[in-house]
Write a protein that binds this ligand. Sequence first.
Ligand SMILES: [Zn+2]
Ligand SMILES: [Zn+2]
Length: 184
Amino acid sequence: MTANPWLVPITTMRRSIGARRQEERVGPVGELRVAESVVPAGAVAKADAILDSVDGGIEVSAVVTAPWIGECRRCLVSVEGELRCEVREVYRPRRTEEGFDDDDDTYRLQPDHLDLQPLVRDALLLELPMAPLCQEDCLGICTTCGADRNTDGCDCSIEVRDPERGASDVLRRHPGDAPRGATT
Ligand SMILES: [Zn+2]
Ligand SMILES: [Zn+2]
């Protein structure tokens, strides 16, 4: 059985407030998904973390990275990239006098270690794009003829965008391009 790469021993750090330590950890964090954007289950995430022993806990500042894949929201082509985010959280031991608190429980300091995985997962989930694009000006798929406008192009574009046929008729009769023969 291999050791969990996200567990960091903190026993000696806890003894001296002000102590600082750098940890670079790499490993899988399980699948993360937001809509069609996914960090695949087998993907390797990385955390470049600095741990500071502070009053009441351990503050973790980390740069978290992981690969992701998804689907362009307009043309449905697959897209991929790397997520990169910075986080800062304080891990605290559970305080019994305050009763049970879910938030406190998320980044809990165990007597001898802390687990970076929830911090890494939360950071990546926030960073996953909800509606990615393959490129800033992706033209998408024509809803009338189904052509991929990025590669094929088509002629139906303008009328399709206007749901009201009447409105585009009016536009076409704009005085600037009055039909030939029209007089006033
Ligand atoms: Zn696209
Ligand atoms: Zn078309």
